[in-house]
Design a protein around this ligand. Structure first.
Ligand code: 4NP
Length: 152
């Protein structure tokens, strides 16, 4: 069982998109029993407001015919570090924010999603850019590269 936690700032735009896209990829390959997937944020305000997935993320997932269930924002917890095998951040700021919550990454579990691609970079936050299409393309590129890298 490979356990993956996707992490962004608010856990309503990028990391739930990555969670759904990755889940869909493993479902299509019938390898979903080998994985446990979740997502979380580094900030707690959306959890306090019981926020679901952002409308922009839902719209593009529907447009791409990717099935998904509702996900409610939750803040990453210290014990998530022990539980998950891979903690996959969307940008460099997420990584320092994660480490401020879980402590130093001694087990080298934390990386950015696009670090698995040929051009390592941040995934821009569509909360600020409004560009969910760009985020989706980056998320698909990253999830394909991640699956290729960790599942033999
Ligand atoms: P996310 O985007 O980190 O991709 O989920 C954000 C969502 C909400 C907020 C910031 C970023 N916010 O400030 O509420």
């Amino acid at each position: 069982m490979i356990k993956i936690l996707f992490v962004c700032l608010g856990n309503i735009c990028r990391s739930p998109m990555a969670q759904v896209v990755f889940q869909n990829m493993i479902n299509e390959r019938n390898i979903e029993d080998d994985f446990e997937i979740d997502s979380a944020g580094t900030e707690g305000y959306n959890e306090m407001c019981h926020m679901g997935i952002h409308r922009g993320t839902k719209e593009i997932l529907r447009r791409k015919n990717i099935p998904f269930e509702e996900h409610y924002s939750r803040k990453i917890r210290k014990q998530d570090y022990e539980y998950y095998d891979y903690i996959i951040a969307m940008d460099s700021e997420n990584i320092s924010d994660i480490e401020s919550i879980v402590g130093k990454d001694y087990e080298h579990k934390i990386s950015r999603l696009l670090d698995y691609t040929k051009s390592p970079r941040n995934i821009k936050d569509p909360w600020y850019t409004g560009n969910f299409d760009e985020t989706y393309d980056d998320v698909v590129e990253g999830c394909e590269a991640l699956l290729e890298a960790i599942y033999k």
